[in-house]
Design a binder for this molecule. Structure first.
Ligand code: HEC
Length: 123
């Protein structure tokens, strides 16, 4: 015998609306944990003159970000490597053959740096 007040269809509707309300009440960063803020990444790159040596898909003094992303595709330690490359100033060879220490990014905000690294790796 079915319950006269809560038909299965009604119960389903209630369940869906409860689940929906629960989703809406989640903090935004839980839902969008890995979303990259491209605007923020580009702004930070421009502010640091990264764009003088790097473009998304053409070689300048340094490799295109697409090439960097390709090189690290599927590598578990990609984020770690690239973060080190832009925070520790390793020796790099420019396209013209000269060597210099890579630029160290001028930011103390690990989240902003991670966002830029994730953006580069998503090209
Ligand atoms: C003077 C030119 C120059 C500037 C400025 C510069 N880079 Fe580079 N960058 C290079 C060169 C050259 C390489 C290539 C290193 C190599 O392959 O040996 C490189 C490599 C990289 C890589 C790849 C590292 C890896 O692990 O393979 C990333 C990512 C990168 N740069 C990001 C940045 C960011 C972000 C900035 C700004 C904070 C920046 N670069 C500023 C010249 C530059």
């Amino acid at each position: 015998m079915t319950c006269p007040f809560f038909t299965p269809a009604k119960l389903l509707k209630i369940a869906i609306s409860v689940a929906g309300a629960a989703m809406l009440s989640l903090p935004f960063h839980v839902i969008a944990a890995d979303a990259v803020d491209a605007d923020a990444a580009l702004t930070l790159a421009k502010k640091n003159d990264c764009t003088k040596c790097h473009a998304i898909d053409k070689i300048k003094k340094g490799p295109a970000y697409k090439k960097v992303a390709e090189k690290y595709k599927g590598k578990a330690d990609a984020e770690d490597h690239v973060t080190k490359s832009i925070t520790t100033g390793p020796k790099v060879k420019l396209a013209d053959g000269t060597e210099e220490s890579h630029k160290v990014i001028d930011s103390k905000d690990p989240k902003a740096i991670k966002n830029l690294v994730d953006w580069i790796l998503s090209q």
